[in-house]
Design a binder for this molecule. Structure first.
Ligand SMILES: [Zn+2]
Length: 350
């Protein structure tokens, strides 16, 4: 338990500025979930696509979700405006500008190719546009960026295997694979062959598990899919043996507090278990998931969560930022450089 603040000079009043300014990595962000209503309308106009909302305000009003599925319905409607390579570039670039403002120095972006290939958009269009934005983020904003291809778990394993084959010619433009979309009813065991094939390709493995689904899905993601990182994982607290394993193996959890609030995984942020995960020694991190839809980018997630959970102090802030670099897929030397920068940042406040 980290009950005493190891940075006594950083009082609760100074904490918001520290959270905003500290260097951090973002490891759980679906690029299609960063589409703001303004950009959806702009791209719809540019591409001559009609969308079932009269105005930006009308679309924003539809963002009152009751669960994961009600969100996914609007999410797929929003993605329908993405057709050209430049659309994918513009979407990713808009995110990187916000990430830079939030002091994100490493971003690992999820993308859902099946959402686009099913509409007749080619894998080449999707990956080339996103990858070009990643290269520019590094060059122009100093953000180290990488792509993680996610399979939609409500679709079949065969569909996932075909998607992987279509993506392999672009193998050097993405570092790993993940598993997202509707969790309950689509357990990890549905995708064991697909993830075995991904591991053969040397891809890094992550998977959404334990967001709405039970701890058994987290076990399955680790043992059947070979997940190195668990996306969400907040339901793990209901399984003591799982918590012990996650802490012992330092399996990173990419926690997304505002997403959990919007999708009613927790009734209020004050009831969120982020503090419990940290105090149990887990490598928990803070991320924005689908920031355009869930009411905030990564700094907003930090700020609102710390405001709602007064037990969290500067020591937790440091640990979360450090975990974000430790849990990233940067090479060891780059991680150490980022952690040294973080240490210097906190030392300056002492
Ligand atoms: Zn997610």
């Amino acid at each position: 338990m980290m009950t005493t603040n190891p940075f006594p000079a950083i009082s609760a009043a100074r904490l918001p500025d520290v959270l905003r300014g500290m260097p951090k990595a973002e490891l759980h962000m679906h690029i299609e979930g960063s589409l703001e209503p303004e950009l959806i309308f702009q791209l719809a106009q540019r591409n001559g696509v009609s969308i079932p909302y009269a105005s930006v305000e009308d679309l924003r009003r539809a963002y009152a979700f009751t669960d994961l599925q009600s969100f996914l319905d609007i999410y797929y409607a929003g993605a329908s405006v993405l057709l050209q390579e430049q659309d994918f570039y513009d979407m990713a670039w808009a995110y990187f500008e916000r990430a830079a403002a939030d002091q994100v120095s490493r971003a690992e972006l999820f993308f859902d190719p099946q959402t686009h290939t099913a509409r007749g958009v080619s894998m080449d269009t999707v990956i080339t546009g996103l990858h070009r934005a990643c290269a520019d983020a590094e060059q122009k904003l100093g953000i180290s960026a990488a792509l993680i291809l996610c399979f939609l778990r409500h679709l079949s394993e065969e569909d996932g295997l075909a998607t992987l084959e279509a993506a392999l010619p672009y193998r050097d433009q993405f570092i790993g694979v993940g598993l997202d979309s509707s969790e309950v009813g689509h357990p990890p065991e549905k995708f064991t062959r697909l993830f075995a094939r991904c591991r053969e390709q040397g891809l890094r493995i992550v998977a959404h598990a334990g967001e709405e689904g039970p701890p058994a899905y987290v076990w399955g993601a680790l043992d059947l899919l070979g997940a190195e990182r668990i996306d969400h994982g907040v339901q793990s607290v209901h399984d003591a043996a799982l918590m012990t394993r996650l802490a012992k193996e330092r399996v990173p959890l990419t926690v997304c507090p505002l997403s959990n609030l919007k999708l009613c995984v927790f009734p209020t942020l004050a009831q969120h278990n982020l503090g419990a995960l940290l105090d149990a020694g887990l490598c928990a991190t803070v991320n924005s998931d689908d920031p355009a839809y869930f009411g905030g980018y990564v700094n907003e997630n930090y700020l609102q969560t710390f405001a709602a959970l007064p037990a969290l102090h500067a020591g937790h802030a440091y640990t979360l930022a450090r975990n974000s670099f430790e849990g990233s897929f940067m090479d060891e030397a780059a991680k150490q450089r980022e952690i040294a920068r973080l240490d210097a940042y906190f030392a300056a406040f002492a």
